[in-house]
Ligand binder design. Structure first.
Ligand code: GFB
Length: 316
């Protein structure tokens, strides 16, 4: 492995969105690098207000910042709250990127999403597929905000020489996920549905859509590991895909979750609900060439996520 171009040991690193699933995983991973992690979240600052963000950041004396704060949600939340997904995400990233620049924070890592790519992008999707076609309508608002974030990082690099980089993770899951059935992503929804079906002795469990869409999933701890790798080894304008390299249909995913949870009933498709984009597999060659590989397989990751779900339920 080539030596890091950015040494994290002893650095003060702000994690914006430290209570979210990826932010929390990133804070845990950064702590193992000998960093001082400075949490920044909506419990301390309204991230949609520039003045509050500027005030917070100028006092941190931070060297680097990971921008994991965002309004996130699954397919229904995205389609139901387009204004929140566009406004909140644009405001959060604009305020934090500009605030980091004003505070003299030299290194910043912005987190986007695989939904930035066109709905029918050639698969696997390389970074060059950005802005080559129309977006998937169920999440275009979120996608537009995340594309703006990439461009902001590139603009601050071009105009001010700031070392601001962007990572585009695939669909993520793991500890601290959102299990609200209306607003969650598919994995936490399936975990909760399978658990409830087993507990209640139900004969079947419902999934949204046809079960045929393909998705790529990455455990949040693997994502955090990739983000730290990028902080240490990457300094350039183009964004970088962060994926696991393997995909699965939603139907097969549901059957795998049912096995992990121990629910033996039938699977029923609610086709009144949307499928979203038919396929979304990242090309991970750019990150692989930097020497990074995922470590957590899907079945193992789902078993871990289910254990975390049970623990989180037990704490309520
Ligand atoms: O994870 P998910 O909500 O987001 O849905 P997207 C993935 C697939 O799982 C879709 C199906 O085809 C859903 O129809 N699905 C089946 C379910 N059952 C369920 C269920 O009970 N709950 C949910 N949520 N889905 C999101 C974007 O798209 O991906 C975001 O909306 C973001 O902007 C995120 O980019 C990573 O993969 O379709």
């Amino acid at each position: 492995m080539t030596p890091p171009i950015y040494d994290l040991a002893g650095k003060r690193v702000v994690v914006a969105g430290h209570r979210g699933m990826v932010g929390a995983a990133t804070a845990r991973r950064l702590a193992t690098e000998g960093c001082t992690v400075i949490p920044m979240g909506r419990d301390q600052v309204d991230l949609r207000r520039q003045a509050e963000v500027d005030e917070f950041l100028k006092d941190t004396k931070a060297d680097a910042l990971v921008l994991a704060a965002a309004k996130v949600g699954g397919i229904m939340a995205n389609a139901t709250y387009p204004a929140d997904f566009l406004y909140d995400n644009l405001a959060i990233e604009t305020n934090i990127i500009h605030g980091a620049h004003l505070a003299g924070i030299g290194k910043l890592l912005f987190l986007g999403s695989s939904c930035i790519y066109p709905k029918l992008a050639p698969q696997p999707m390389t970074e060059d597929a950005l802005l080559t076609g129309p977006l998937e309508p169920t999440n275009e608002w979120y996608a537009i905000a995340k594309i703006a974030g990439i461009k902001l990082c590139q603009a601050y690099r071009a105009q001010y020489g700031a070392d601001y980089i962007s990572a585009m993770p695939t669909n993520l899951y793991g500890p601290g996920d959102n299990y609200n059935l209306e607003s969650s992503h598919v994995i936490p929804a399936l975990i909760r549905k399978a658990h409830m079906a087993r507990e209640s002795g139900a004969k079947s469990m419902e999934i949204w859509g046809t079960g045929t869409p393909l998705r790529e999933f990455l455990h949040a701890d693997d994502c955090a590991d990739a983000l730290v790798h990028l902080l240490k080894h990457y300094s350039d304008a183009p964004h970088v895909n962060v994926g696991s390299g393997s995909e699965i249909t939603i139907g097969d995913l549901a059957r795998m979750v049912m096995e992990v949870v121990g629910f033996k009933g039938d699977l029923v498709c609610d086709t009144t609900k949307p499928d979203g984009t038919p396929r979304k597999l990242m090309d991970g060659a750019r990150l692989a060439a930097m020497g990074w590989q995922p470590k957590i397989g899907l079945r193992e990751g789902l078993a871990h996520a289910y254990r975390c779900f049970l623990e989180e339920q037990g704490r309520r």
